[in-house]
Structures are given as structure tokens and as C-alpha cells.
Design a protein around this ligand. Structure first.
Ligand SMILES: Nc1nc2c(ncn2[C@@H]2O[C@H](COP(=O)(O)OP(=O)(O)O)[C@@H](O)[C@H]2O)c(=O)[nH]1
Ligand SMILES: [Mg+2]
Length: 723
């Protein structure tokens, strides 16, 4: 009797394997158990005592998918065949929706077969079931043994309703699945009304299809591997004891309790399996979430998504589609297919479909034979690409859809269900966030790279500008220093000039007033003797000489100013140069009774200089020498050439036998307007510019002025400059 279990949203359909003891019923269930998909069935429970093989019954449950929101469970039972267990048989048979009668084909079992069938009719009646309506098939088992009853004989003995009968060898699995499929179909058809699909031929077709897809791959195949450990043996001594008492009511109660217990066990096992799978999925989701969050490459995110869905959903194919700037969908990562079937099949239909799903922003699922499938286009796509069902889940990141995850199954794999879809949606959602993060990360990196290169370029420009500015500053500093120097020199010269004007005007007063006086005396001079007249004329000479000296000083001042600029060099004959220098000095030397000796090195005929300034410089040096020479001494002037690394130089050495320059005064002798103590004490004429001029002129010629004055040995001044 079809049972709806609202608490677990399950509907149970019950098929009982009936027949004589040792006919092969348990063997049949064992074979079916082995041959069906482990995903879709429970363990095989054998409820018996420790000593007896089938004291009570065997039970297994097959999952046929969902029907109107309920899980459809097909429950298979055996009964104990022994005569004394009739109460158990009756109890197990209660609520049966279909029966397989397993008869033993051996001749010796003819009578037990007939007795067992009669017992079946009896017990059906006892359970209020109509023997004429009960879905029923026969299995004539043990066809491998002999002597055998013929099929006709067995039909005549047992099959008066002329239902389907299958010769079988249960130990080898022959005929077992054929009989099982026949009873399943007959039973489901009979209960279709109760399941609520009886009036809908399409739904009925789908139900039959489902039975076939669960059973078809296994029918006739002998399964490898030994699921023996899955056979649960539930031993129950207590109930065995009560059955011996033969008290029908008690036994029936015990069986019902056992059935309930076994049923509960089935459900617990099923729940355990589901929990295990859910835990597996959850840890898969967690692993995926963790890995995908750390992924920096957008393609890496998509690849991880595909790997995860293929593994967790056991998919045949999958693809991650993205919507790049062009707006056209592109399969970025695929598994099991070259490109997404939606994008390759049915012309543009597939892409339109995918875009439609993207727009709707909710996961969807399609199948070739789906009761709720309203989209015939997807079915077309699936058929064309050889898949049985598919799902699509959008990759959503915030308010944007970044792409679409598609998954496909084919072949033996059961069609994708609502759980698969939800799992795919969860994975796609977290991949969507990770994908858009990775994209943002990539854009940020690109931006950074751009900024970096801009910064580098700007830094280079700035550095260049800075370098230029620094160079300019350094240049400016140099120019400033030069200007400063020039300014200081100018200031000095200005000072010298003012000083000169003061000194010269004071020096001019005396000779001019002397001259005036001499001239006046001479004018009024009637009665002067010739001696007085000569004295007056000598005064005029002396004062005129002083005036000449002052004029020379003025000339020296002009030379000092001239030495500030670059000299106009020219070649001049040494003879001419010497004449130029000495001309004005002859008289001074004669007056001071100093002998001048000029020595020119052989071969030195010409020299290069600025004639005016160079001659004035040398003249100043020689004038000094004469002025400081004691009367009757010699002044030697020597001109010669010498070589330096830079080229030929000329040197002029002037030596006197005067008192020399004290050591502490030596550093000052080239300072403008500086006059040594000897000059001041000796009332020497001059304004202290001689050596200053010589020094400046040598500097402007790129040459040098050297002064040696060892105590008591006179002074030697050397002027040297390049040629
Ligand atoms: N040779 C042969 N032995 C079989 C066949 N089916 C079952 N058996 C054996 O018969 C014995 C009883 O089988 P079992 O399934 O326990 O019978 P049950 O009492 O109806 O459940 C076992 O030893 C089986 O191996 C068959 O088709 N051929
Ligand atoms: Mg048995």
C-alpha cells in the first residue's frame, strides 16, 4: 500500500518477494542490491536470528527520485518460506503493492511451490488484498539444476492469471533484473493514481523513464566489486523466541516492530549518507571560498570555480562565460568541452538563452526530460550536444553580473537536481565576488604601473631642471665672486686714486711755491751777483725735478688702472725696450752716482709684452733700486730666457746693494701706497706704487714678481712672464 510519510516527505511503494523456503528470494535481493546504483539505494538489511538464514525477512530501499515533491522509495522485502513462519509472512505481506513469486524449478519442489502459492493467496486475503488485482510476476528459479519442471508445467501449476513469468538463475543473476523491472513497472502503473500521476500520461511516461534510468544501466550486467559489507544483518533473538510460541498476534506485532525498526534504519542510513555528503560539500565550499578569495588573477578565479563544480557536482562538462567590453559572451574557461554548448549549438539561440539567464540573475536548471522544463530551446541544445541536463548560475558581484557558470551532465550520471543547482549558485556567487575583486586588483595594478612611469618621467624632468638650476646657481656664484673681486679692486683703486690726489696735491704745493719764489727773486734781481743767480737757478732745477717725479707718479697711477684689463701683447726688440725703460732713469742714476749695468742674454733679441705697461713696471723696479742704492754702488739689470713646462718665459732681474727690506715688511711691499720705514726715514720721494705696479703688470701678463732681500746683501727683484 502506497504510504506517504509527510515528516520525511517520502512516499513508499512496497514489493514483496514471496515463495517456498530456499527458493532463492534472498539471492535475488542480493543481486539487485549489487546491480543498482549505490547512490540510489540503501544497504540490504537481513533480519534474522544467528542460526537461521531468513527467519524474518530481507529489506532494501531504492530511491526513484522525486515525485510531486516527495522522494519515491521502492521497498523490496522477502518473506521466510518455512511453514512455521506464516505469521511473519502475513505481516510482511501487509500493505504490499506488488509481489514477485520465486518458485523453485526442481521437480521435487513442485508441491512446496503450489503450497506456497496457496499460502500467498491466503495471506493476501488475510491482509484484505485482492489477489486478482495485485501486480504479480513469477520467477522460475534454479533453471541450472535438474531434474527440472518444464516452464509449461510450472505455468500450468502456478500461473493461472497468465502474468509475466521469467526463468531465472538467481545465483548468476540471470532473469533477476528482468523480473524486477517487470514488477516495478506493473506496480508503479497500478499505484499511479495513488501517487497522483495516473491521469497525466506525460507524467506517467516520465515516471517509467525514471525507473528505467535507475535500473537500465545495471540490468543484465553482473556488477564487479563486492558490496558484501553493505549487507546489514540485524539479529533479533527476542522476537525469534516469541515466534516459536506461535501466537500469531504477538508475531505480527514483532514483525511490524521489526519492519518499523528496519525502516528507521534505512532512513537513518540515508540521512547519514546525506549528512556525509553535505559535510563534504560544505568543506568543498569552504576550501573553494578560501582559495578563490586569495586568487589575484581573474582567470585563476574562473579556473578554480570550474575545478570545484566539476568535482563537487560530478559534472561531465562545465564552462565559465564572461561578458567582456564587447557585450558578447565568451567562454573563458571550459572543462570537458572546447567551448560552451550554449554558445556553439542552435545558431544564436544558445547565446540568447545564456544572455537571458544573465539578465534574470537567478540560477536555472534544464533537462532533456523535465517535468518543469518550460524551455524547449534548452532541450534542443542539450540533445544536440549529447547532454541530458544542465544548469546555469550567474556570477554576481554586487549590482553587476560578471559572467555565467554552466554545467552539464551526460550518460549514467543522474540528472542535475535542485540541490546541485543551489550548490552551483553558491559557488558561482562567491566566484563572482572574487572575480570582480581580481579584476579591480588588475586595474589597480595597471593604474599603479602607469602612475609609476609617470612619476619616473616627472622625477627625471625635475631632476634635470634642478641640475640646470644648480649649474646656474654655481655659475652665478662664480660671477658674483668675480664681480665682488672686481668691486673690491675698484674700491681699492678708488681709494688709491683719492689718496693719490691728496698726496699729489700736498706734494705739488712745495715745489710750486719754491718755483714761484725763485722766479720772483730772479725778476726783482737787479744787483744780484752771478753766484746768487746760479743758486736760484739750481732751486728752479731741483723743484722742476720734483715736479717731474710727481708726473711720473701720475703716469704710474694710470698704469695701475691699465693693469686691470687684459694686456695688448706685442713683440718688441729688446734694445728698444731697454731704451724705453732706461731713458728717463739715466739722470737719476747720475745724480745719485749709481752705476747701471745692463746684461742681455745672447740670442734674446725680441720679447713679447705690452710695451708701455711692462716698461713702466720695470722702470719702477729699477727706480726703486737706484733710489735705495748707496752712492757709488752698482745696480745690475739682467735679461734672459728660460723654459718652463708651459713654454718659454723671459726673466728680468734687478739687483741693488742697498740696505734691503726687513723680513717683516716683505709681505707688504706690493701693497698699494705702502711705503717702507727706510723710504719714510730716508725722505725718499715717491708714493709707494712702484712694486705694486710691477706686481699687477706681471699678474696681467700671466707672470710673477719675486723679491729676495737677505739681510745686508741688498735686494733682488725678478719679473718673469711667459712668451
Ligand atoms: N543452483 C542454484 N542455486 C540457487 C539459485 N538461487 C538460489 N540458490 C541457492 O539456494 C539456496 C537458498 O537460497 P535463498 O536465496 O537463501 O532462498 P530463500 O529462502 O528463498 O531466501 C542458497 O544456497 C542459494 O545459493 C539458482 O538459481 N541456482
Ligand atoms: Mg531468504
Amino acid at each position: 500500500m502506497v504510504q506517504f510519510d509527510n515528516q520525511y516527505r517520502q512516499v513508499k511503494v512496497k514489493i514483496v518477494y514471496y515463495g517456498p523456503a530456499m527458493g532463492g528470494k534472498t539471492t535475488c535481493l542480493q543481486y539487485i542490491h549489487k546491480a543498482t546504483d549505490p547512490q540510489h539505494r540503501s544497504r540490504l538489511y537481513s533480519l534474522n536470528t544467528a542460526s537461521d538464514r531468513t527467519l524474518f525477512f530481507d529489506l532494501m530501499s531504492l530511491d526513484l527520485g522525486r515525485i510531486r515533491g516527495f522522494r519515491l522509495a521502492l521497498q523490496l522485502y522477502t518473506v521466510p518460506g518455512q511453514v512455521q513462519y506464516n505469521a511473519t509472512r502475513r505481516a510482511v505481506l501487509s500493505g504490499a503493492d506488488g509481489v514477485v513469486f520465486v518458485a523453485d524449478s526442481q521437480e521435487v519442489q513442485r508441491e512446496p511451490n503450489r503450497e506456497s502459492l496457496a499460502n500467498l493467496w491466503e495471506n493476501l486475503a488475510a491482509n484484505g488484498l485482492d489477489r486478482g488485482q495485485m501486480p504479480l510476476v513469477f520467477q522460475y528459479n534454479k533453471r541450472d539444476l535438474s531434474p527440472l519442471l518444464s516452464i509449461e508445467q510450472m505455468d500450468a501449476d502456478l500461473n493461472d492469471r497468465k502474468v509475466q513469468a521469467f526463468p531465472s538463475i538467481a545465483t548468476e543473476g540471470k532473469g533477476v533484473m528482468e523480473a524486477f523491472r517487470a514488477i516495478t513497472e506493473a506496480t508503479l502503473l497500478a499505484v499511479a493514481d495513488k501517487l497522483g500521476v495516473g491521469s497525466n500520461p506525460q507524467a506517467l511516461k516520465q515516471l517509467r523513464h525514471r525507473v528505467q534510468t535507475v535500473l537500465a544501466p545495471f540490468a543484465g550486467e553482473s556488477s564487479e566489486g563486492s558490496p558484501e559489507e553493505e549487507l546489514a544483518v540485524l539479529t533479533s533473538e527476542a522476537t525469534a523466541g516469541t515466534s516459536h510460541l506461535g501466537k500469531d498476534a504477538l508475531v505480527q506485532e514483532a514483525v511490524r516492530a521489526n519492519v518499523a525498526m528496519t525502516d528507521l534504519n534505512v532512513r537513518l542510513d540515508e540521512m547519514g549518507r546525506q549528512l556525509e555528503r553535505k559535510a563534504e560539500i560544505l568543506s568543498g565550499i569552504a576550501r573553494f571560498g578560501q582559495a578563490v578569495t586569495l586568487e589575484r588573477e581573474p582567470e585563476g578565479v574562473l579556473q578554480r570555480l570550474i575545478d570545484a563544480v566539476v568535482e563537487l557536482l560530478d559534472l561531465s562538462a562545465a564552462a565559465a562565460l564572461v561578458v567582456p567590453g564587447s557585450g558578447q559572451l565568451r567562454a573563458a574557461v571550459t572543462h570537458g568541452v572546447d567551448t560552451d554548448p550554449l554558445l556553439t549549438t542552435a545558431d544564436e539561440v544558445g547565446e540568447a538563452l545564456a544572455l537571458g539567464i544573465l539578465e534574470e540573475r537567478r540560477p536555472q536548471r534544464f533537462g532533456v526530460e523535465m517535468e518543469e522544463s518550460e524551455n524547449p530551446l534548452v532541450s534542443e541544445v542539450l540533445k544536440a550536444s549529447g547532454f541530458t541536463s544542465c544548469l546555469a548560475a550567474p556570477l554576481i558581484a554586487g549590482d553587476r553580473v560578471a559572467g555565467l557558470l554552466t554545467g552539464y551532465v551526460a550518460g549514467k550520471r543522474r540528472p542535475l537536481d535542485e540541490n546541485d543547482l543551489q550548490l552551483a549558485a553558491v559557488l558561482a556567487a562567491s566566484a563572482g565576488v572574487a572575480y570582480s575583486n581580481a579584476m579591480a586588483w588588475r586595474r589597480l595594478e595597471d593604474l599603479n604601473r602607469g602612475l609609476e612611469s609617470q612619476v619616473t618621467a616627472r622625477t627625471r624632468e625635475l631632476q634635470k631642471a634642478l641640475d640646470e638650476m644648480e649649474a646656474m646657481a654655481a655659475d652665478l656664484e662664480k660671477k658674483n665672486a668675480l664681480l665682488d673681486n672686481a668691486y673690491r679692486e675698484l674700491a681699492k683703486i678708488d681709494h688709491v686714486k683719492n689718496e693719490l690726489v691728496t698726496r699729489i696735491s700736498s706734494e705739488l704745493k712745495e715745489p710750486v711755491s719754491s718755483l714761484m719764489m725763485a722766479a720772483r727773486v730772479l725778476l726783482e734781481g737787479e744787483g744780484h751777483d752771478s753766484q746768487a743767480t746760479e743758486r736760484l737757478i739750481q732751486v728752479v732745477f731741483k723743484e722742476a725735478e720734483k715736479l717731474g717725479e710727481i708726473i711720473e707718479n701720475l703716469f704710474q697711477t694710470s698704469i695701475l688702472a691699465a693693469s686691470q684689463r687684459a694686456p695688448e701683447l706685442r713683440s718688441i726688440a729688446v734694445q728698444e725696450f731697454v731704451r724705453e725703460v732706461l731713458g728717463p732713469l739715466r739722470e737719476l742714476a747720475d745724480a745719485r752716482k749709481v752705476r747701471l749695468h745692463i746684461k742681455v742674454a745672447t740670442g734674446l733679441d725680441e720679447l713679447s709684452c705690452e710695451p708701455d705697461t711692462a716698461a713702466a713696471a720695470l722702470r719702477a723696479v729699477i727706480r726703486n733700486a737706484i733710489q735705495f742704492s748707496p752712492p757709488g754702488s752698482d745696480v745690475d739689470v739682467e735679461l734672459r730666457r728660460f723654459r718652463t713646462e708651459a713654454g718659454p718665459w723671459v726673466a728680468v732681474r734687478v739687483r741693488d746693494r742697498g740696505p734691503g727690506i726687513p723680513v717683516d715688511e716683505l709681505p707688504h711691499v706690493t701693497e698699494a701706497l705702502w711705503r717702507g720705514t727706510a723710504a719714510v726715514a730716508g725722505q725718499q720721494p715717491g708714493i709707494g706704487l712702484g712694486l705694486t705696479i710691477a706686481d699687477r703688470v706681471m699678474a696681467s701678463h700671466g707672470g710673477r714678481l719675486a723679491i729676495e732681500s737677505p739681510p745686508g746683501q741688498g735686494t733682488t727683484v725678478t719679473m718673469a712672464w711667459p712668451q
